[in-house]
Design a protein around this ligand. Structure first.
Ligand SMILES: *Cc1c(COP(=O)(O)O)cnc(C)c1O
Length: 402
């Protein structure tokens, strides 16, 4: 008779893979490390002679499957091969990229109207390490080229289009080509558009940043980020970005990665509906006499409509607007909202409303805010995929209460 191990040993022993058929849905691999068949296999994987997994911070099959899908979405139809890594947040993706590519003395050239957290990350975290951030209007291409030409320490041109929360858009093709002409790198935050509406690889951008927390996930149930690049060697085991992720521990985890994957299955449908609903809401607001100004890059009245049209398939779900009576009207409006949800995030299936001056951009200096159109009375909407009439109805009843 075969002798069973002690019951204590059965408790502790890992079971072997019980699969007899292939799972239809991507499995979550909650494992911190990976076992090797032989010592030779371990050595080959560690020394990158053989593909495989080692330790969860270095990579994990669930995370890699999801990163691979984001890379395919960004490269689909562009003819550019790309690789991606998944991070613990959008901020982790940006900070890992900067840590991997820049060193003390290097500078970042960017715009004033970035996602508030990115502005703070560059100035408060990287500033003291001797990485200076220069902000300029990236619409002024002659000036950008002039600044780049004059300062050889500028290593990275970093932009966001459409930008939070005024939906300002910049010309990715022109900016990436300035960067390349002078031997610098370019990176864009593609969170608002997602690869379904805009593919920066078409325009020669070197690095694409995503907060997958937003539209890629779409359901508001995980925090994660991604970095995509045609410089695929940087993302593989041993590459600069991969190494920075591994050393700083900014990797994602299989649970959040799985939620991003689940959400991305409906990305195309959601982005079409977000765009259609946002256009309806923007037109409604633009025609209301109590509204001073609507920022939606899909409206011909938006200053960057032509740039948006050139590089986007549609205009997405984000918009912002200002009421005629400024801050006080804004507060009354926000308090009268019934159907939409007051929450400091964006890109979910339900409509979310936020007051940037007191929430997302609270820590951005007031002069920087005002210079970039983020006034005290500005209200930001992340238009969801509900029936548009319900969203507009909520706007209408709240406008009547101001
Ligand atoms: C939310 C957001 C980020 C930061 O992403 P996290 O996942 O919260 O770290 C960066 N850029 C944009 C445009 C965002 O909306």
């Amino acid at each position: 008779m075969k002798k069973d191990p002690h019951i204590n040993s059965i408790c502790a022993k890992e079971v072997t893979d019980p699969r007899t058929t292939r799972p239809h849905i991507l499995p979550i691999y909650p494992t911190s490390s990976f076992a090797f068949e032989t010592i030779d296999e371990g050595i080959e994987i560690f020394s990158q002679k053989k593909e495989g997994h080692v330790y969860g911070r270095y990579g994990n099959p669930t995370m890699e499957a999801v990163a691979g899908k984001i890379a395919r979405l960004e490269s689909a139809g562009t003819g550019v091969e790309a690789a991606a890594l998944l991070f613990s947040s959008g901020q982790a993706a940006v900070s890992t990229m900067v840590a991997a590519l820049l060193k003390t003395g290097d500078k970042i050239l960017t715009q004033g109207n970035l996602y508030g957290g990115t502005t703070e990350l560059f100035t408060k975290l990287f500033g003291p390490f001797g990485v200076e951030t220069i902000m300029t209007d990236l619409h002024d291409l002659n000036r950008v080229e002039e600044v780049v030409k004059k300062d050889e320490h500028i290593r990275l041109l970093y932009f966001e289009t459409p930008a939070n929360p005024t939906l300002a858009c910049v010309d990715m093709e022109a900016l990436a080509s300035i960067a390349h002409r002078h031997g610098r790198l370019s990176a864009v935050d593609n969170t608002f558009a997602t690869p379904y509406l805009q593919q920066p690889l078409r325009y020669g951008v070197d690095f694409i940043v995503h907060s997958t927390t937003k539209f890629l996930n779409g359901h508001g149930n995980s925090i994660a980020g991604a970095l995509v690049t045609p410089h695929t060697h940087q993302m593989r085991m041993g590459g600069a970005v991969w190494q920075a992720m591994k050393l700083a521990g900014t990797n994602s985890n299989p649970w959040d990665a799985w939620l991003v994957h689940n959400g991305m299955k409906t990305l195309a449908l959601r982005m079409e509906r977000h765009s259609a609903n946002a256009k309806s809401v923007a037109l409604f607001l633009e025609n209301d006499p109590r509204v001073e100004r609507v920022n939606y890059c899909g409206l011909p009245s938006h200053p960057d409509f032509a740039i948006a049209k050139k590089q986007m398939r549609d205009f997405g779900g984000m918009l912002s607007f200002e009421l005629k009576d400024g801050l006080q009207a804004g507060i009354r409006f926000m308090n009268a909202i019934r159907f939409c949800t007051l929450a400091p995030t964006l890109g979910d299936v339900d409509t979310l409303i936020l007051h940037p001056a007191s929430m997302s951009h609270l820590n951005v200096p007031k002069e920087v805010r005002l210079e970039n159109g983020i006034t005290d009375g500005l209200i930001r909407l992340s238009v969801g995929i509900e029936y548009a009439g319900d969203i507009i109805g909520d706007m209408q009843q709240a406008l009547e209460k101001i």
